[in-house]
Ligand binder design. Structure first.
Ligand code: NAG
Length: 462
């Protein structure tokens, strides 16, 4: 859950992530997303300062390859069977534990990640009841009723092969239950490999927080390909072709220089090739996260596949709540950033590289006063002023609902027009992270995800 630009500004300023979402008592978990960052940069202990500076200079270069002069064009031709863009939601915090979302599950264990949690007393039975309750058939029916058409389901390698790791197996059975519900409610699925051996990013969302021992570790890269071949053999068959829209190779791998970037890219090329040998569903998409390099950096690779069959799709994650510049923005500035995505994040059709937004959020760091004026922040004291970081959406007044709704609608409109589609993070989540909360609070809906109150917000800039 991370976007590269704030990552860079973080490194530049050497400050901790300011997610701006401190909440008291039960709402504290909202702020936990940001607190994972520092460890990522101390991933190699004593070498840290050097790595940070290396990354800082070299990643800038990688990022600058992004989107020089991209003409604005309309949606990629890689959308759903009925021609709609993907309107999706992540089933986060389910088959991969993320303590900032799953604070009740990990309570009393101090586990910072699933790797640790799985080794605590009673973990297996707690996990079983979590898997059975966090997401169920009624949720899938609700997703369909709200007009969404796709779910992105994160799962870790250990579901398919936990040999030599402390991870508890069994999540794949729940994945398959969800695929059955998806079939029943006419929802398609993108199965996302969220955790690979070694951890591809050192975030808790990879299963193992701390070191990212992946992009330059050949053993882990080979083991990763093997587990993705297993996944392809299971879910890339024609028996799943009515449900499984795509398989995602890896979520948010971190690269820190040209060498690790090249390594991740050549791994992706090899792994696509290996997966295809097992796949019998000709329409199955293989999805690769852009490794925070920007979609443009993947165009030459994507074109090799998409000149033949349009089935290689890039995933970019577009958060505006991961610190950096975004924590100081008003909602108008957040929306202006969204309106610029067509030129800053997406690609023209001539690049033959469909891009989807595999993760984004409606949570931002804003306060709205009684007159409806929005400022950046997470606390305010004037009468009638509310901050989205401080209050559950069920307590938001109409001003805060309106501001948050404008941002949501701008995102959905731009994603639907200029990309393959979108997946909100996440179905159940704290504050404005949770699709269920957004519907309950009137930030979307009331009945259907396509309903709009603030249409064409980007029309003047696009
Ligand atoms: C499972 O993982 C272990 C450890 O990486 C590996 O030795 C073994 O070959 C894997 N099994 C399969 C079926 O891929």
């Amino acid at each position: 859950m991370f976007s590269f630009t704030p990552l860079l500004s973080l490194l530049a300023s050497s400050t901790l992530l300011v997610q701006g979402l401190p909440m008291s008592d039960h709402t504290a978990p909202i702020s936990r997303r940001g607190s994972e960052t520092p460890e990522v940069f101390s991933r190699r202990g004593s070498e840290t300062p050097e790595i940070i500076s290396r990354r800082n200079s070299e990643t800038t270069e990688i990022v600058s390859r992004r989107n020089s002069d991209i003409a604005l064009e309309t949606r990629d031709s890689c959308d759903t069977a009925d021609g709609d863009p993907i309107r999706g939601v992540n089933i986060g915090g389910w088959l991969v534990v993320e303590p900032w979302m799953n604070w009740e599950l990990v309570e009393g264990t101090n586990a910072p990640d699933q790797w640790t949690f799985d080794q605590t007393d009673g973990a297996e039975s707690k996990l079983q009841s979590h898997w059975a309750s966090w997401f169920n058939e009624a949720d899938m029916a609700q997703i369909a009723a709200w007009g969404l058409n796709t779910v992105r389901i994160p799962i870790g390698f250990w579901a398919f092969n936990n040999t030599g790791s402390p991870y508890i197996s069994g999540a794949d059975a729940y994945l398959e239950r969800a695929l059955g519900w998806a079939r029943k409610y006419n929802i398609q699925a993108l199965i996302c490999m969220h955790g690979l051996p070694g951890s591809q990013n050192g975030f808790d969302n990879s299963g193992h927080k701390g070191n990212a021992d992946w992009a330059e570790n050949q053993d882990n890269l080979l083991a990763s390909t093997a587990v993705l071949e297993t996944m392809a053999a299971k879910y890339g068959t024609s028996s799943w072709s009515d449900v499984v829209w795509g398989l995602e190779l890896v979520n948010e791998p971190i690269v820190w220089d040209e060498t690790s970037a090249r390594s991740a890219q050549s791994w992706a090329v090899d792994t696509v090739k290996a997966m295809r040998t097992h796949i019998t569903n000709p329409d199955l998409k293989l999805v690769m996260h852009d490794a925070f390099m920007g979609a443009k950096a993947w165009v030459p690779i994507a074109q090799q596949y998409n000149a033949v069959a349009e089935n290689f799709v890039l995933d970019v994650h577009l958060y505006q709540n991961q610190g950096g510049d975004t924590s100081g923005m008003t909602q108008d500035q957040h929306i202006a950033t969204v309106c610029n995505y067509p030129s800053t994040q997406f690609l023209p059709d001539s690049d033959q590289t469909p891009v989807l937004v595999g993760e984004f959020s409606d949570q931002t760091n804003i306060c709205v006063d009684a007159a409806g004026v929005v400022t950046a922040g997470s606390s305010c004291s004037t009468d009638g002023c509310q901050c989205s970081a401080q209050l559950d959406p069920s307590q938001w007044n109409s001003n805060l609902v309106a501001a948050t709704r404008k941002f949501m609608e701008a995102q959905l409109d731009v994603f639907e027009e200029y990309s393959t589609g979108w997946f909100l993070w996440s179905y159940t989540g704290p504050g404005a992270w949770g699709l269920d909360n957004l519907f309950k609070a009137g930030v979307v809906g009331p009945d259907h995800i396509t309903q709009r109150q603030y249409p064409a917000q980007c029309s003047s800039s696009s």
